[in-house]
Design a protein around this ligand. Structure first.
Ligand code: ZN
Length: 181
């Protein structure tokens, strides 16, 4: 049993209609108590795969364990997965993820890598770090490490439009130069 329950919301569907026709659905985390919302505004194949809930749940657990955070760090937060590599609200025009204190916005497409084959490979692990420890200037040395997170998440299935591939993880997607915003 996954910890998420699919729930289609009219508001989310409206957002999806504005986002290049990508289907939008909403996941609500039921267990444990903190209510993290997950909004999908992406056409990435992994986002419509039946294992998304479980994969997302596990990625959250692995990332929070690395950052020393608990599920409570996500209470009242929203994870939004979008197609665009340039995220509204991000300071950098090349950001593939950003966190504004409430929303973890994560692109499902990287400008050089293309569409990510799995949720584990996105910048979600990085943004979960901000939700767990803050540190907007990336002063914690762990921002340039994360090999153990890659090891914990590697070797899984990825998805393309044509079927199944590997879930290739590049830690460079998660790392950030220390001392810079
Ligand atoms: Zn960051």
């Amino acid at each position: 049993m996954g910890r998420f329950r699919w729930r289609a919301l009219a508001a989310a569907v409206t957002l999806g209609a504005a986002a290049c026709g990508g289907a939008a659905e909403e996941l609500v985390d039921e267990q444990p108590a903190p209510g993290v919302r997950v909004v999908l505004r992406t056409t990435a194949p992994f986002a419509s795969a039946p294992d998304l809930q479980e994969r997302l749940d596990d990625t959250i657990d692995v990332a929070l364990a690395y950052w020393g955070g608990t599920r409570g760090a996500l209470e009242g937060k929203t994870i939004v997965l979008v197609d665009e590599p340039h995220l509204e609200g991000c300071d950098s025009p090349t950001a593939i993820g950003c966190y504004d204190g409430r929303t973890l916005a994560v692109s499902t497409r990287d400008p050089s890598l293309g569409t990510f084959p799995c949720v584990e490979a996105t910048a979600l692990v990085h943004e979960l770090g901000h939700a767990a420890i803050g540190d907007p200037y990336h002063r914690d040395p762990r921002w340039m490490q994360m090999d153990e997170v890659a090891q914990a998440l590697e070797g899984r299935t990825g998805y393309t439009r044509d079927g199944v591939t590997g879930c290739a993880i590049y830690v460079s997607v998660w790392r950030h130069p220390l001392g810079t915003p």
